[in-house]
Design a protein around this ligand. Structure first.
Ligand SMILES: [Zn+2]
Length: 419
């Protein structure tokens, strides 16, 4: 069988593995809370809070969707016309057109152009956040964050581009196989190192202060059977008023992080409810499962890019002879951009199911549905959420259940517990 034949077989195998993993490891069986309960919860929220959340989300919407559309158009313009391949050539010219320069400088130049085109929409978003009082870092802080994120992406991107095109040169016929393994390995590696190498670039993390709350949280983690070395507090208040918490990392780098804004805004029972939700993620190994599906997806993407990118009409549009050239990188980026937009609703659906399970875990662990519900109300108030967002937007991009769904879940729990 030819390398191409093997690539088709490998892609089918990876797709099957992805389906098996998502069917077996994602909690599909849990039905959402009844709509009647959701509407009752919506009715209990102050009308002006609901209106303000909707107004804020409506103010973000035009810039957000314009950014998606313009980002897609520029990716297609660079990838499906010779524009992008010329840009790669141009970037490599000062280095005599050496493949390393084309691959790394050219690749980063293409990404930078795509980023710069959507930069006005990021500025728009920052302006809206500032106008609504959610952002606290000012334009200088915003710019510093932006430059930091460009720098982090440039380092990770340069290593990935160099590795990818080095593999192509070393194994011209089988690069897609090594590339797929490398992409999967990179996803796993990033999951490990992001919390310790990248997150500290943007925030300072300090162990939570000794006191009754910390003692209670550590006791709860022990009761839950989740070994947590520490609860870390992030200085999120340097850029936002929004409250949040998350788990990241795998094994030795696993941590539960709460925003300092949460500790300031919420009473202890609500912080406990938030951390109980995060412990649910840790207990169900959601980061590990997410990393596994991410790794399988990345491997499948490389093989699919090899197969689709080799299609002659696409190569002609991009003005290149082979998908393996650094000059074909803009074509690959265009395909990845389209795939990302198509996959977004599927990823959002999976994320919502995983978040619902963590909510159910928090309710069972704390057995305090009223604190859980008031925590959800506070999250929505402070973060200016639309408690019951438009259905199409929810289906396309919501990574969490809506506020009214989460409140309704707390009420269903209370009812079942006979309260
Ligand atoms: Zn969560």
């Amino acid at each position: 069988m030819s390398p191409r034949g093997w690539a088709v077989v490998t892609l089918a195998g990876l797709a099957l593995a992805l389906v098996v993993v998502t069917v077996l490891l994602i909690p599909w069986h849990r039905p959402p809370a009844p709509r009647a309960d959701q509407l009752a919860a919506l009715g209990d929220l102050p009308a002006e809070q609901v209106a303000r959340g909707r107004e804020f989300r409506a103010a973000l919407r035009p810039g957000g969707y314009a950014s998606l559309v313009v980002g897609l158009l520029i990716a297609l313009a660079l990838g499906l016309t010779p524009l992008g391949s010329r840009l790669v050539e141009l970037a490599g010219r000062p280095f005599g057109g050496h493949w390393v320069a084309q691959a790394v400088v050219g690749g980063l130049a293409v990404v930078l152009v795509a980023d710069l085109v959507t930069l006005p929409f990021s500025a728009w978003r920052q302006a809206v956040l500032t106008r609504y009082g959610l952002s606290t870092n000012g334009w200088a802080g915003w710019l510093v964050d932006l430059l930091k994120s460009y720098a982090v992406s440039a380092v990770i991107g340069a290593l990935a581009l160099l590795g990818f095109y080095a593999v192509i040169r070393l194994a011209p016929r089988w690069w897609w196989a090594f590339g797929a393994a490398g992409a999967a390995g990179l996803v796993v590696l990033l999951s490990f190192v992001l919390p310790v190498l990248v997150e500290p670039v943007f925030n300072r993390f300090t162990p939570m202060e000794q006191g009754p709350l910390r003692t209670e949280l550590m006791a709860m983690a022990a009761r839950d059977g989740v070994p947590v070395r520490d609860v870390l507090v992030a200085d999120a208040s340097r850029r936002t008023r929004a409250v949040n918490a998350y788990v990241s990392g795998i094994g030795p780098t696993r941590r539960v992080v709460v925003y300092d804004t949460l500790l300031r805004e919420a009473p202890p029972a609500e912080v406990t409810a938030v951390v109980a939700h995060e412990l649910g993620h840790a207990r169900d190994r959601d980061v590990t499962v997410g990393t596994l599906t991410g790794a399988l997806g990345a491997a499948a993407a490389v093989v699919a890019l090899y197969l689709i990118g080799s299609w002659a009409p696409l190569l002609r549009l991009a003005g290149v002879d082979s998908v393996a050239q650094p000059r074909a990188f803009p074509l690959l980026l265009a395909l990845v951009t389209v795939a990302g937009l198509v996959a977004a609703p599927v990823q959002a659906l999976i994320s919502r199911r995983v978040e619902e399970r963590a909510d159910a875990h928090a309710l069972a662990l704390t057995d305090d549905p009223s604190a859980f519900e008031s925590m959800q109300r506070r999250l929505a108030t402070v973060n200016l959420a639309d408690p019951d967002p438009p259905r199409w937007e929810y289906l396309y991009s919501a990574t969490h259940p809506s506020t009214v769904e989460r409140m309704a879940a707390a009420r269903a729990y209370a009812r079942e517990a006979g309260r």
